[in-house]
Design a protein around this ligand. Structure first.
Ligand SMILES: Cc1ncc(COP(=O)(O)O)c(C=O)c1O
Length: 395
């Protein structure tokens, strides 16, 4: 079956629930056992049956099964946020004195967790240039246990050569973990490209409505699932079934929304690339983007999120442009129906960010593209006026 079809049918069985289309919302902490012997045996059933609310209810399992099917992985573990999916994965698979190789362009709070928490617990952390490709082999040590990728990278959208990095990592026995939030499993097939553990912030495209937080960890094998799952339940992390119900509803329309986001974002990106105020658009689906060849080879589509590097570095002038935008609202996150814009200041160590212009990140929502472009056009008029006031030459 095509993935669009799986999105619609996975994780539900109307015949088993009185013909009702969606799985029911089960809320639980306590789960009852018929006998004392069954209760005493609850630890054996913790991966396969309902043992206690923290391990899920039929509602959370419906979402987890649907996600595993759509991703093509063995199983999915759900966590209370995308960030929790990241931190629980790293915590479950890393031990004291292990070495973690992690892309320099990962989501900011992922970076903070590595430098401030993992380092404190004796894990050695090395940030690598996301464009290293097979060259990452030179950084792998005997103690390297996890090679972590995020492609395209947060904020600056470098595309990683996931297959080459995965081959190098697996040859040395390291686990390959990918944050696939940008592309979703619809536009990047993580397990076909050598990834062992796929992380998604379901908060973004799967939820799609800016109203919930949820994370997913999908593993290549049942064994990896059990390691991730034991780690997370030890910490007590679990999502509310209500949130899983909402995310499952979002999942059903993911393909349609993503297709719109992709096409609309590309049109806005192409328009921006022609503007004299713009130095560069950071969007891997544009042919001139340095990551385009790999994106075209490996991805099945793009998404809504990309960067725009302005020629000016004037914070005041950019504020005049951005503060008065009517449709692009200032807010972190992406994947919702509304367009967003934020200033970004990339923190990099392996490949320092040296651009002098002001960098903005845009999420293109589901509004009409013409309206979004008109909004940005008016913004550029304000930018130009502000720069003239400052005496900067407007190109
Ligand atoms: C790439 C990426 N991964 C993970 C996360 C964390 O997701 P959440 O906001 O659900 O914690 C984000 C959030 O912006 C993200 O952009």
């Amino acid at each position: 079956m095509e993935r669009e079809t799986r999105l619609v049918h996975a994780g539900r069985d109307p015949e088993r629930q009185e013909g009702i289309v969606n799985p029911p919302l089960y809320r639980a902490s306590t789960i009852l056992y018929p006998t004392m012997a069954a209760y005493e045996g609850r630890h054996e059933r913790r991966y396969t049956a309902f043992a206690y609310g923290i391990h899920g209810t039929p509602t959370t399992v419906a979402l987890a099964e649907a996600l595993a099917e759509v991703s093509g992985g063995a199983r999915t573990l759900l966590l209370s946020s995308g960030l929790s999916a990241v931190t629980q994965t790293l915590t479950a698979f890393l031990r004291r004195d292990d070495h973690l190789l992690i892309a320099d362009t990962v989501y900011g709070p992922t970076r903070v967790f590595c430098t401030q928490v993992l380092a404190r617990y004796g894990v050695e952390v090395t940030f690598y240039d996301p464009r290293a490709g097979a060259g990452v082999a030179g950084l792998i040590r005997p103690t390297t246990r996890v090679v972590y990728l995020e492609s395209p990278g947060s904020q600056t959208f470098e595309v990683q050569d996931v297959p080459a990095i995965a081959v190098a990592a697996r040859a040395r026995g390291a686990l390959v973990v990918l944050d696939n939030t940008w592309a979703t499993p619809l536009h990047f097939r993580a397990f076909d490209h050598g990834v062992d553990v796929e992380i998604q912030a379901l908060t973004k495209f799967v939820a799609g409505h800016s109203d919930l937080l949820l994370g997913a960890v999908t593993t290549r094998s049942e064994d990896l699932y059990r390691v991730a799952r034991d780690g997370a339940s030890t910490f007590g992390d679990c999502p509310a079934p209500d949130v899983c119900y909402e995310a499952l509803r979002g999942l059903r329309t993911l393909a349609v929304r993503l297709r719109h986001h992709e096409a609309a974002a590309l049109r806005v990106a192409e328009w921006l690339a022609r503007r004299p105020e713009v130095a560069r658009v950071l969007h891997p689906a544009l042919p001139e983007d340095p990551g385009h060849a790999i994106w075209k080879r490996d991805f099945l589509g793009a998404s809504s999120l990309f960067g725009v590097l302005l020629r000016t570095g004037s914070e005041k002038a950019v504020a005049a442009m951005v503060d008065e935008l009517r449709l692009f609202k200032i807010g972190a996150s992406f994947g919702g129906f509304e367009s967003l814009i934020v200033p970004v200041r990339p923190e990099r160590t392996a490949r320092p960010w040296r651009e002098s212009g002001f960098l903005l990140r845009l999420h293109v929502g589901l509004e009409a593209v013409e309206d979004l472009i008109a909004d940005l056009e008016a913004g550029f008029a304000r930018l130009g006026a502000a720069l003239r006031d400052e005496g900067e030459v407007v190109r």
